[in-house]
Design a protein around this ligand. Structure first.
Ligand SMILES: *Cc1c(COP(=O)(O)O)cnc(C)c1O
Length: 424
């Protein structure tokens, strides 16, 4: 369910027409629907309502502080992976007691920031990280709450770049080393064992890998409890996929089905009064945003028609990085006949495309296109490659709209560069 629909022949975001947004803010521009974000959060939360839960939105999926504020106002916490994301989450008004810190490469400086802020828990991914965190917390006279991220070696059956729960992935503590690492954590006086964590991948389209992971965690939790290592929480990570409307794609389970499967598999939650933590990103934000772009030119080769847009893969990397499919539709509804085209950006790389051999109603220069399902891992992965200015981000709520990030200027991009005197 999203709020990007045609009204009077023109695609809208809620009550605002996308051409009005293009006139006011220019293109390329990310447009997010507040109603869709809210709805996705509510549906996800409701799906887990049978248990005590904390839903920590994965900030890397969409890091804009206005998006974070909206979710915070609904009770969301944050799953962060850097000191920068910590600052964003706090700036957006997310309570530190609702922040979990994930990632394989936390620095001592980031640990200090997070301990200072008083976050809920560190998801620790290695023995070496545990030792460093113990040392940093000890120096500060604090105890660091810790969940160990366990790598359960289950196949998430997703794109290899976003699969994280296999032995060959860099993530988490290997299953075989989990118990001894817990014993070590329990022994360090500046560490407080808080829970157990796992995150097996992203864009999962089945419940089975989540259930497999939950079953593995259950075994370990029971063994730890038998050793008097008590836990307060189980974090099942994020990773639930969304429909990208690719022809023939596997439709991911609904949050309701996912929630039921996870809660059932994690009987330990109620048995031992543990809190469930989830870290959804894509399922909340993915279908709540589009990338609005103007067609600059159309050109035909002997074998193909190319539609060249003012957005490029520095704005939305997913097609280039993961061969991801994004639905594309014209902003003005048309009855022109269909044709097969490549939709590409202006960057000097063949990987700069949004769609290949896509059937679209005949496209003309100057018209607007909406690239769908771009609310997660869209702007947050944008770069300045080709010295392109990062896009504007607009939030729509009903008939209201506002720039939640202004388009970048070239002066901002050049700000940190300088020519040293020895070159003169
Ligand atoms: C990326 C990530 C998430 C969010 O994944 P989604 O597929 O967007 O739900 C959650 N937890 C961790 C540790 C992550 O790295």
């Amino acid at each position: 369910m999203n709020h990007f629909e045609y009204k009077d022949g023109e695609k809208h975001c809620e009550e605002v027409s996308l051409s009005e947004i293009a006139r006011e803010y220019g293109t390329p521009t990310y447009v997010y629907s507040a109603a869709t974000l809210k709805r996705h959060f509510e549906v996800f939360d409701k799906a887990l309502s049978a248990v005590d839960r904390l839903i920590c939105f994965s900030v890397k999926a969409n890091s804009n502080i206005a998006v974070l504020r909206l979710l915070a106002s609904m009770g969301a916490g944050a799953d962060i992976v850097s000191g920068g994301e910590l600052v964003r989450a706090l700036r957006a008004g997310i309570a530190p007691e609702k922040i979990v810190f994930s990632g394989v490469g936390k620095t001592a400086g980031e640990m200090r920031m997070a301990l200072e802020a008083g976050i809920l828990v560190f998801n620790v991914e290695s023995r070496a990280e545990l030792e460093l965190l113990g040392k940093v917390a000890g120096e500060m006279g604090k105890r660091a709450p810790v969940s160990l991220r366990i790598n359960p070696n289950v196949d998430a059956k997703t794109h290899p770049y976003i699969s994280t729960g296999l032995q060959r992935n860099k993530f988490g503590i290997p299953w075989g080393a989990a118990k001894e690492t817990y014993r070590r954590a329990a022994e360090i006086s500046s560490i407080e064992v808080h829970g157990m964590d796992c995150h097996i991948g992203s864009q999962l389209t089945e419940t089975e890998p989540f259930v497999d992971a939950a079953n593995m965690l259950t075994v370990l939790i029971e063994e730890l409890i038998a050793e008097d290592i008590a836990l307060k929480a189980v974090d099942i990570g994020g990773g639930l996929g969304i429909p990208y409307q690719e022809p023939g794609e596997d439709r991911p389970p609904s949050p309701a089905i996912y929630g039921e499967a996870v809660v059932e598999a994690l009987g330990v939650l109620r048995k031992h009064s543990l809190q469930l933590i989830c870290e959804p990103g894509r399922v909340i934000a993915g279908n709540a945003g589009i990338l609005l772009t103007e067609v600059l030119y159309c050109k035909e080769s002997e074998i193909k028609k190319f539609v060249i847009t003012d957005a490029a893969f520095n704005d939305l990397m997913r097609p280039a990085l993961y061969s991801a499919y994004h639905p594309i539709s014209p902003v003005m509804q048309t009855d022109r006949s269909k044709e097969v085209v490549d939709v590409v950006g202006p960057i000097c790389e063949t990987g700069d495309f949004f769609a290949r051999d896509r059937e679209l109603p005949e496209v003309r220069g100057g018209e607007l296109l909406a690239i769908g399902a771009a609310g997660a891992y869209g702007f947050s992965m944008a770069s300045n490659y080709n010295s392109r200015l990062r896009a504007c981000e607009v939030l729509v709520m009903g008939a209201e709209h506002a720039a939640i990030r202004r388009r970048e200027t070239i002066e901002q991009v050049l700000e940190n560069e300088s020519i040293p005197a020895f070159l003169d």
